[in-house]
Design a protein around this ligand. Structure first.
Ligand SMILES: [Zn+2]
Length: 286
């Protein structure tokens, strides 16, 4: 392991990240959410109720975070989203209505990203520089389109435990990837609701204690190898009163370790991009 992988000799890096999805996704796009208002309320719980609780926890631990927010949510809850920025965190792209980019044409992706940038600039004062694919996959042209819209990092892929730069048309690009992990997605253990049952194969939520143990173990492993530990937490999932305690316990564990660089994704991406000597061979991810 290189000694200078992270700034100031830090051993590992933590990018706390939340997806403030709100009541977006296929049901909002096709309009069916209005026939099931309780689903709208479930999503609305994120920006309305859970977000302030999470911001308060982060403030207490004095930790920075990144919030990936569909621009439609920014429009519906402008004050709440502004409070993310006011607390010193980053707000970044997550589609306009949490679209599946794989399903969109190049023109549609242009429209979604461009329209979202306009919203970010108008409501929050600046366009976003980061992106997390709403459904975890994207179109082959998406990386190029992100760069064209001034976005210089993505946190969407699942293929590494350190950042890397994307290869576009055989060339190492300026787009930095901060890979995520599905086992650090709170949906995989806690997102359970009825009518319809979701996720279909899950018949109950996971144990809080065992989940906390999983998360801590995964961080310990990342710390040991000098990796970049990233979360896919959702305020509407992880911001309930009981799970907020769990989040506090996780942050307690992270902050008890020495040599951890806590940063917003844009700082991690900028630092990684500025240090060409940190690059892996492009073929690994090409
Ligand atoms: Zn999402």
């Amino acid at each position: 392991m290189r000694d200078d992988r992270w700034p100031n000799g830090a051993r590992s890096c933590v990018a706390l990240a939340f997806a403030l999805d709100g009541p977006t996704g296929p049901q909002l796009i096709d309009g069916s959410i209005w026939r099931s208002p309780k689903r709208f309320c479930l999503g609305g719980y994120g920006p309305f109720r859970a977000l302030p609780r999470i911001l308060e926890i982060l403030r207490r631990f004095q930790l920075p975070a990144t919030f990936f927010v569909p621009a439609w949510v920014v429009e519906q809850w402008p004050r709440e989203c502004q409070s993310i920025v006011d607390h010193g965190h980053e707000v970044a792209h997550h589609g306009y209505m949490h679209e599946c980019f794989w399903d969109l044409t190049v023109e549609e992706q242009h429209e979604v990203i461009g329209r979202s940038q306009v919203t970010f600039e108008r409501v929050l004062g600046a366009p976003a520089v980061g992106f997390r694919a709403p459904t975890g996959d994207w179109h082959l042209e998406t990386p190029r389109l992100l760069l064209e819209h001034g976005i210089f990092y993505s946190s969407s892929m699942r293929d590494d435990d350190r950042p890397y730069r994307h290869v576009i048309n055989g060339t190492l690009s300026e787009l930095v990837e901060i890979p995520t992990r599905v086992d650090m997605d709170d949906y995989s253990c806690f997102a359970y609701f009825r009518d319809p049952d979701f996720p279909p194969s899950q018949d109950r939520i996971a144990s809080y204690r065992l989940t906390l143990d999983n998360w801590c173990q995964e961080f310990d492993g990342h710390h040991a190898i000098g990796g970049c530990f990233t979360t896919i937490f959702h305020p509407e999932v992880s911001g309930t009163p009981g799970r907020a305690i769990l989040l506090e316990q996780l942050l307690q564990h992270l902050t008890e370790q020495n040599g951890v660089w806590f940063a917003r994704c844009r700082e991690i991406a900028a630092w990684w991009r500025s240090a060409d000597t940190h690059e892996e061979l492009p073929s690994e991810h090409g």
